[in-house]
Design a binder for this molecule. Structure first.
Ligand code: FE2
Length: 203
């Protein structure tokens, strides 16, 4: 009898612990459509501050190809997925068909200023989600690790900014670094998964 009573007492506690773990975000990332990693639901308060703009830097090139994967088949560079939502600042609604143009250094810290390696644009899906398969950008003199991006809601103004990674030593010394642009990074299948929510103004 004591065992049965103990079970009756501990089962609700066990269930409560499971529910608490799930609510706190402890669940492993789920695979979305096409086996993609689904980003966690974003937190957003209507009227919140827009994602801060940053300098474009010297290496932006217009005319990049439309693609969600910048990875190269024979590359052994550490894989990175960057994903998340584009939300409107006024009401936190997902922005579908938002344009995002990414460019970054390769794993050795070099930009391709001749062709379009490590450059590509895409649009958010109907849920306002973007998804980039790339490699961890290498370091180059004077900067911490970062990825450049331009984001524009349909008919909205263009936001030019950069994304950063937590735990980077150079975040402390890079004069351009802004902690509001830190991604959240976790380990995923085959590499790192960085998530970031862009909050943009609509016109
Ligand atoms: Fe850069």
């Amino acid at each position: 009898m004591r065992g049965a009573q103990g079970f009756r007492v501990t089962l609700p506690i066990f269930l409560a612990l499971i529910v608490g773990w799930l609510v706190s975000g402890g669940i492993a990332p789920t695979a979305g459509q096409g086996g993609r990693v689904a980003p966690p639901s974003p937190t957003c308060t209507a009227g919140t501050r827009a994602t801060p703009a940053q300098t474009e830097g010297p290496y932006y090139k217009s005319g990049s190809p439309q693609r969600t994967a910048l990875t190269e088949p024979k590359s052994a560079a550490p894989k990175l997925i960057v994903t998340g939502y584009v939300l409107s600042r006024s009401d936190c609604r997902p922005v579908s068909r938002a344009w995002l143009d990414f460019w970054q250094a390769d794993e050795r810290g070099n930009y391709d200023n001749v062709g379009y390696r490590m450059r590509g644009f895409q649009f958010t899906d109907n849920a306002g989600i973007y998804y980039l398969e790339t490699v961890l950008p290498g370091l180059y003199p004077g900067r911490t690790r970062h990825i450049h991006v331009k984001v524009r809601a349909p008919n909205g103004p263009t936001l030019t900014t950069q994304l950063y990674f937590p735990g980077e030593q150079r975040n402390q010394t890079d004069g351009i670094f802004n902690s509001a642009l830190l991604t959240t990074v976790r380990d995923g299948a085959g590499g790192k998964v960085a998530t970031f929510t862009f909050i943009v103004d609509l016109r």
